[in-house]
Structure formats: C-alpha cells, structure tokens
Design a protein around this ligand. Sequence first.
Ligand code: ATP
Ligand code: MG
Length: 412
Amino acid sequence: MQPKIYHTTDHDIDPAFLDIDAVHVVKRLREAGFTAYLVGGSVRDLLVKKTPKDYDISTSAHPEQIKKIFQRQCLLIGRRFRLAHIRFGHKIIEVATFRAGDNDSDLIVQDNIWGTPEEDVLRRDFTINGLFYDPSNHTVIDYVGGWEDIHTQTLRTIGEATTRFKQDPVRMIRLLKFQSRFGFNIDPAATQALKKCHPEILKSSSARILEELLRMLESGASATFFRLMTESGLLELLFPALTAFLKGNDAQKVYQLLAMADQINLKNKKTLDRSILAACLLYPTFENELDHKFHKHNINPHFGDILLLSSSVIKEMLMSSFAHFPKRINMLLGFILSTQYRMTPKSGKRHQRPKLLQSHEFEFALRFLKIRAMADELLIPDYNWWMNCYRQAGRQSERRGHHPHPSPDHHR
Ligand code: ATP
Ligand code: MG
C-alpha cells in the first residue's frame, strides 16, 4: 500500500523543536544505508503540539547492525523484544527494527520477525500512534489514517477493535489513557469493543497493567483517567475495593486529591513520587476507616493502631490485586498515610517529634499534606505549621553541620 505523505507545507512541526539527539540517530542510521524514522508517541505529540516525553525510532537496521554503528553508546536489551538503547548522558533514545506482526492472531507469540515500515505500523495500537516522521525531509508518512484521526481528534484502533483488544487487553487501558490525556473521541467501534472485551483485562500481565496505571497517575490527567477506568468497568476488575469507594458518596474526595496532584504534575518538570500519588487514591478510605473504627466511638487510637490500619487499607486496596506492588512505594505509602494522622489528628493536638522531622520520608508526608491542603483550605494552617517546623529542623541540622532539608517545594 502507498502511504500518504504530508510535507512541511501541510504540517507545522518546527524542525528546531525536534530532539537533536533523536535526529542525530536517524541521520547516522541513514548514512550507514538504512531506513530510519521517528515513530509513535513522539510524532503524535509533535502534531498535537505537546512536548514529546521520549523519542522512539524504527529502522531497517537489525539490532547487531545498530550496535555496530553506535558501539559503546548502544546497549542491546530485551530477550523477547530486542531493542537498542542509544545513550546521550541521561537521555536514552530507543531504536527498534521494523517488525511484522500477525495482526489477526489471538496472541502475539513471536515478536522478532523483521518486517517492512508498513508492517511495523500495522501492529501498533491506535492510528494516532502509527505515524512516521522523516527528519531528513520533514515529512509525515501515514499508512494507517493517523493524520486524519489526529486532526479530527479520533481514537481508532489499527485493525478490528475487538481482535486488537483481545490480542493485547492492555490496549483498552491505553485507549482511556489517550482519551483522558488528549480529550479525543473514541471511534464507535472501539467503544463497542471496550464494552464487550473489558473482562479480558484479567488475562494481561499485572506488571504491565500496573506500569500503565502508575504512569497515568503521573500524567497530569489522572482524575479523568480514573473516572473513565471506573465507568468502563476496567477498574472494578483490577481494584474492586477502590472501585466500590469511587462509586460511593465520598468518591469526590479521591478525585479532588487527584486533580490537585494533576495541577502540580502539569506545572513541574519532575512529577510527584508514585507513593504520594497512590496516597491520593487511598487516603480518603483510610480517613473513613479511622472515623468508623475510632472517632465515631470517641476512641483515641494509639499510633500502633494507626500503623495497623494503614497497612490493612494498603493490603485490601492494592496488595490484594497486585501482590508484586513495588516494596518501596508500599513502604512510603504506609508512612505517608500514618503520618497524616500525626500531622492532622482529630484531637487538634499535632504530634510533633524531632525524629519524625529528620526522617528522610517526612518530606513525602509533607508533600501529601500540601495536596490535601490544596483540596481543603481548612488544612492550610496545618500545612504551614509543619512546613515551618520542617524548615527550622533543617536549619538546626545545618548548624550542626548536617545537610539542610531541601524544601518540599523544590524538587530534587
Ligand atoms: P507515552 O507518551 O505515554 O509514552 P506512547 O504512545 O509513546 O505514549 P509507549 O508505551 O511509549 O506509548 O509506546 C510507544 C509506541 O509503541 C506507541 O506509540 C505505539 O505505537 C506502540 N505501542 C505501545 N504499546 C502498544 C501495544 N500495547 N500494542 C501495540 N502497540 C503499542
Ligand atoms: Mg512513549
């Protein structure tokens, strides 16, 4: 099939805006006689005028040939999915060989069958993610109708939607990810397929699902995304307890925290830690349980009770679904939840502890309190009080020759 080619006169991608290292990689591959293009998310983002997070390149060069060109700058990774990572300091440009995929099969079994540029885009998920960009002549190359769909703001699967969702159910989560991120409309065939196929999500690897969800928490569109995940029925299959909460009277409390975290993430270059973002999902449940178990009965819990409560909320809401939930996030999340009780106890008497302020994790709890204060102005005095304590503790340790605390408002 002949692709549609769009020239500089058709699009307004500013060549000066492109990542110079990605352009350099394409140029080196071409000089060595191979075909190479920018592909996927970066081309889509350039066309919708968002700064791409990362740049992927597809090429006719095989992994060993890529290695030969870039030598020590290049690391070949993946067993099933052989990819080349080209390093530029901290930045990594991912280079993959054009692959063919059997688009009608139920399950992808073999991923390293080399293919043509056309075959390479036909195995991708959505038309908006199936465009190539050729930086040597600044053209967009379209085999899948992605250009049209970006301009009419439509999310459409490449190939028949039901088949494509069954083949890889994570694509359903990705559909809602792009809907919440770009506000595009979903093509009716994909809407129907989502209705029919959502139970298939349970067949996907939990590690991949978790990664997409954690990335969405960082995206700046998490409130919308979790609402769409709830409405689609996908979230209920993955997190039944959280979904029950999101369908109840207090759902707004979660969405408000997520919306505040979204504001912060959209503004700052470095996103909030995943533990703080997960706390937005769980904290309102933790608070309700606290009321239910203690405050309603006029009981003042011991801190040990609070620790038990926070770990049982985490267990019920996250661990029961994802047994391999990262330990680091789990640990910090427990600290963040339980420390909120010390920072804003119902009794009004804040539980100041010098050791608490000096712990490295305190900053995480303070950042989360800031999000709570953004959602509920009654908490602003609490936040200011703790922020002050934290600054002073930093100053004291500075006098003693320790490193001062970085301000939670300054990202590290
Ligand atoms: P983001 O901006 O979140 O990184 P992205 O579209 O770049 O979005 P990646 O996970 O980085 O998403 O994937 C890069 C590209 O690989 C996509 O643009 C798409 O072409 C293809 N792709 C990713 N996941 C799938 C999938 N599950 N099925 C088919 N193609 C996929
Ligand atoms: Mg990407």
